[in-house]
Design a protein. Sequence first.
Length: 182
Amino acid sequence: MSYEIIDATLLDPVARPLLDALQVEYATRYREFRPDSAASASEELVRYPAELFAPPEGAFIVIVLDGETVGGGAFKRYDATTAELKRIWTRADQRRQGVARRIVTELETRARRQGYRRIYLTTGFRQPEASGLYLNTGYEPLFDRSIAPEIHFRLPFGKDLLEPGRTDSLDDLRQSEPLGQP
């Protein structure tokens, strides 16, 4: 199996399977918490203009296997020294094979190359696989882990790209209160 990594934009046809699948995934996972989960998922995916995920301040990659989009992700500028990961996704039949880890690693490399010192992200409380991925790739939880995840709703994480494992450089990203439903 040979994965091809493509630098793309959200508007490229190769991105469409990723965005369509993310919409279904978000709507399905949060259906019982949002009566309008399909509309909410759709709104989330168009919340940011595509150009935010393009160099020099962002990036968007797609992973292709045998001509099919099987994963991808993006980042955009969060602040002058911080990139924010968004839209990390792996097709269901490719999960637990290192694809998501590869996506995160590729995005971190691009972020460092573009001058970012750290990464910030949020994931939903109904996405334990994503939380596990971030913990296993050196991300620091920026929320009170003693509070039930559903109280937070969105779970923020951060990572110092120049000194992985350093956490004091993330202090200004820490949330003082749970990130409840928007």
